[in-house]
Every structure is written in C-alpha cells, then in structure tokens.
Design a protein around this ligand. Sequence first.
Ligand code: GLA
Length: 390
Amino acid sequence: MAGLGASAVKEEAVRVFRETWPGCEPSVAVAAPGRVNLIGEHTDYNQGLVLPVALPMVTVVVGCPSTDGIISILTMAKEADEPKRLVFPVPSEANPLSPGLPCWANYVKGVIQHYRAGPLPGFKAVMASNVPLGGGLSSSASLEVAMYTFLQQICPDDGDLMEKALTCQKAEHTFASMPCGIMDQFISVMGQADHALLIDCRSLEVSPVPLTDSSLVVLITNSNVRHTLTGSEYPTRRKQCMEAAKALGKESLRDVTMADLKAAKACLEAEVYCRARHVISEIKRTAEAAEALRCRNYWEFGKLMVQSHDSLRDDYEVSCRELDELVAAAMGVEGVYGSRMTGGGFGGCTVTLVDAAAVEKTIEQIKDKYSGTATFYTTKPSRGAHVLKL
Ligand code: GLA
C-alpha cells in the first residue's frame, strides 16, 4: 500500500470491509499519520526536546459498531506474515485482554484495553496503512492512534488529546513491551499541516514551527534494512540514561548541563558517559535547530542535523553502516543542507533537508552510492489524526 495516497488506502479498506462482511456497511473511517523526526533523537524519554513532523502517510481504520459484543478486526498489512483476522469478545474487568500473537494485534489490543471511556460496543473494522512497516516512521504509533480515534467515534471519550497520546504510549509499553517515549504518539495525535512541532517532553508544551518554504524539501530515504538489535538496545539506552541522571542526582538528563556531566566523568562508566553526552548535546541542538528553522537559516539547521547524526553514531551507537552510507551520499550533493538518521536507529530511514532544485540529483546520487536498495519519499508536514468522509 506504500505507493497509495490516503484516500486510495481508505477506498481499499472499504472494499475489503464489504467483501469480508457482505451486507454490512462501514459507518466510520479515520486516519492517523506516521512521523519523521527532523532532530531531537532519543531525547523524549529524557524529558528533552524533539522536532517531528506528521507525514501524509497514514494508517486508516474503517468499520462499524455491532450489537453482538464481538470485536472483529482485519489487517491489510501485506508484510504481516501472521493471521490477518482477529476475533475476540469486548474486554471486561473479569476478562481483560492480554498481549500475545499475532504481533500486529498487540498495538490494537493495548489501545482497546486502555481506552478511557466505555463500555465499548463490539465492532467490525479493517485496518490499512501506507506507512512503511518497521521503517522507523512510527507505523506502530499511527496504528495505535488510528484505533483510538476509531473508538472515539463509536464510544466518545472526553476528547482530551494529551490523554489520548499518553494512552496510546501506555498501550505500546504494556502490550508491545516497547518502553518508548511520547514523541511518536504525540505527533500522530497533534500534528499540524505545514508545521514541524517543537515538543517539550517535560512540560508537554508545543511550539509549532512553520515549514512552508517551497524551495525547501524534506526528503526521507528508507534504507530498507532493520537490524534485530532494536528490541534489546532501546531499553538498554533508556536505562543507561536513567543511571547517568541518578548518578548526578537529577530526575532526568534534561536537568543536567554539559558542565555537570564533565565534572562527574570519573564516577560514570565510559559508555554511560557517552550516552549522556549525546542526550545533553542533542537537547541543545534541537532548541537551536528550531530557532534556525524559524529564521529560515537552513545551513545552520543542516549543520546541526549532521552533528546529531555523528553523535547518534559515535556516542549513542544506534546508527548502522547503511544509515551512515545514506547520510554520506546525501551530504556529497550540492544543495543538501543536512542529513541524519531518524527514529530509533539500527536501520529504518534518514531525513535530509535539501533545496528543491537539488532533490532529483540527491536521489540519483544516493541510488548510485548506496550498497543496498533505498526507497524515497518527499513529504509535506500534515495534520494529526482525523475523521475521514465515507
Ligand atoms: C522511537 C521511540 C520514540 C523515540 C525515538 C528515538 O521512535 O518510539 O519515543 O524515543 O525512538 O528518538
């Protein structure tokens, strides 16, 4: 579905819904976007700053409530090498949902279990997405937020968007065993067209930064590799950050300055020191980058992107050969302001800020230099989760 636009994804989902449940019509359709993070990586769970953009790529849920107390969900994800249909009774206190197989369903079951209003009716739904799965563009957050948005239509909650993002994050923690920060769910809920969002992950305050200059392109390059390290390395990084903050007597690395860190070097393990150095420098870079973007100082922004990549590669050690190759190839092209890995790392995508006139050249160069096969998306900052017309 990766090549289809959002409305084509919805049409496909409606077609499959009718085919699966003949005589039944969907009454609700919703969409929630994936994201690309421009800068501020591995800072969200350290109460730092992030600067993501919501993508035009979305997960769509179409469906209708039922009176039989049964939830029946079908995924159209081609990549899911697992049963595509899941049928279970509406959870109750006596009969809660728990994680298990198929894997794709955990995100959805987590959201249903933690949903903030009720009692939920049964429902039938089809889910489809054009966010590349496992590509580091938050396909899982888009799935959670799309399911939550669907539930809001058939069983309204109080409409609190912050609680919505936090509930989706909780679903990921408890049902997918991924101790993620808040960035992905937050931007999928709150994304704004034509803006990147500077999110303060401590206060959860948002400052939108306009991104409408038509001479500027945000180019996403998918390495199409995903190293299996991701699952175990992310929680380890998170623990190391907590350890560093604790050793410095602070609640999080947000409260630690570079001078504090340097002064405490002797009491920290070398690796933990480097992890903290990345986080502290990245929070500063993110604040500076948001300011540079506001002033349309793209060269400054690009310089900070490259510093961010180097820090993620050397201090945080979450890059990989393929991502490094993609960044190096992009940086060799005139008109490229900056490039870096985006998301959790160990594969997935890079994000490149490039002059519109140099996009074709950049894609050609990357294709030429990259040892693997890359996929490219140019993107426009889009809105957060929303209801679609049927
Ligand atoms: C994943 C997590 C986010 C964030 C990024 C790294 O995408 O889900 O919360 O930590 O990695 O910036």
